[in-house]
Design a protein around this ligand. Structure first.
Ligand code: SAH
Length: 399
């Protein structure tokens, strides 16, 4: 196998687009249906993308296996070598550093397409970086990336935690383990005054849902003297912030035993265990049951997993979102706040709002849209890549 950073000598491998297939001029995704012809290249390696007349468009990493067969990394005629990746990482880090010498101790350092590095995610938990390669092309470059990250950040340890599903789709084996030497089993982080223990290599995403950081703080600020319901609570992030913000009590609903263990640990770590209750069950059933018992809450958070994983699942997803929002709105005290989210790519912001509107109408609850919520700022949104805005939320106030 040729080394992934090798620069082609002579004619570069080329991918020619079909006539009229112009999206890749501004959007990094190329699908098989866009491709007129492609050189015989090693899967996961670099190709120069040209239009139907042979004019340069960009350069990307090609994999014949998935339908999304090439992601463009640059629209400039430059080699995708180690210096290129270092420059891109430097830019991603500078964006998070905002005038400081280093990015914050808890943040997303690299977010795939949004940082011009499609297929790469890097989250920072103090001196531990958790890295995910989501494409074959990126997985072949992991040594280059690790080298650059250590070079830029100094004393950090990198844990590789690829997602099984994308590795299967792209045809590589998912890495799980320390890139060099070994590191701690868990790290304690501070998120706006709340402590979280993150077990490295365990759980969802890279350990925490960093995309919800700003919304957790928001919930905390609304929670004083309120009873709070944190449905789909994972490791209790929203509940911990609510209790930190002075909530009377918090009820967590979560079905995964692993997540619940994390929630118990986080609640105890912050001294909140006595004011918290964890219900280990299916949130759909539990919301129905709580409603029947006449339970009322001043703040309710609904942060479910993506209900629509593909386009055909949108109708079923809409029914699911409507059901949980209906139950939540019926349990919301007058003057109370509902923070409700969808992270389904295929459910648009407009559709999500429509679903919530129907739920509120059926519940007979009048609400004000106090704010529209999204992912944390270190998960940037690119105007020309609408897929980068995936987390949609509403902050609704009942009156
Ligand atoms: N709010 C969390 C993240 C939630 S992720 C945070 O800020 O950290 C969604 C969670 O819902 C996952 O932990 C998943 O295990 C849980 N989940 C998925 N389906 C569920 C169901 N039917 N009932 C209860 N929990 C569920």
């Amino acid at each position: 196998m040729k080394p992934p950073d090798a620069v082609e000598v002579g004619r570069r491998p080329m991918l020619r687009l079909k006539r009229g297939h112009d999206t890749p001029r501004s959007h990094p995704w190329i699908f098989k249906g866009d491709v007129a012809e492609v050189s015989d290249v090693e899967p996961g390696s670099e190709v120069t993308v040209v239009d139907s007349t042979g004019r340069f468009i960009g350069r990307g990493l090609y994999n014949p296996r998935p339908a999304l067969c090439c992601r463009v990394l640059t629209w400039t005629d430059e080699p995708l070598d180690a210096a290129f990746f270092r420059r891109r990482l430097e830019r991603a880090l500078a964006l998070r550093s905002r005038g400081q010498t280093q990015p914050p101790a808890l943040c997303r350092l690299v977010w795939s397409e949004a940082d011009g590095l499609p297929g790469l995610v890097v989250d920072r938990y103090g001196f531990v970086l958790v890295m995910q390669c989501l494409t074959l092309g990126m997985s072949r470059l992991r040594a280059t990336i690790v080298e650059a990250l250590i070079g830029l950040l100094g004393d950090v340890q990198v844990y590789e935690m690829d997602e099984e599903a994308s590795a299967r789709l792209e045809g590589f084996s998912a890495a799980r383990g320390w890139a060099r030497g070994s590191g701690p089993r868990s790290v304690r982080v501070n998120e706006g005054g709340v402590g979280f223990d993150v077990t490295i290599g365990v759980g969802h995403k890279t350990g925490l849902y960093l995309d919800q950081r700003e919304n957790r703080a928001r919930a905390g600020a609304l929670a004083r003297d309120r009873d709070v319901l944190d449905a789909f609570s994972y490791t209790g992030g929203f509940a911990c912030h609510a209790l930190y913000g002075g909530a009377r009590r918090a009820v967590c609903i979560e079905s995964s035993p692993e997540a619940i263990a994390g929630a118990r640990q986080n609640l105890a770590l912050n001294g909140f265990a006595a004011r918290a209750e964890i219900l280990t069950t299916n949130a759909f059933d539990e919301l129905r049951r709580l409603e029947r018992t006449g339970a009322r809450f001043g703040v309710i958070v609904l942060d479910p997993p993506p209900f629509a994983r593909n386009r055909s699942a949108v109708d079923a997803a809409a029914r699911g979102y409507k059901e949980i929002n209906l139950r939540a709105l019926r349990m919301l005290e007058p003057g109370g706040s509902l923070l409700t989210f969808s992270c389904s790519h295929h459910v648009s912001e407009a559709l999500f709002e429509e679903i919530c509107r129907e739920a509120a109408a059926d519940a007979g609850v009048r609400t004000r849209v106090a704010d529209r919520l999204s992912q944390a700022g270190d998960h940037p949104v690119l105007l020309n890549v609408p897929e980068t805005r995936y987390l949609k939320g509403l902050l609704l106030e009942a009156f």
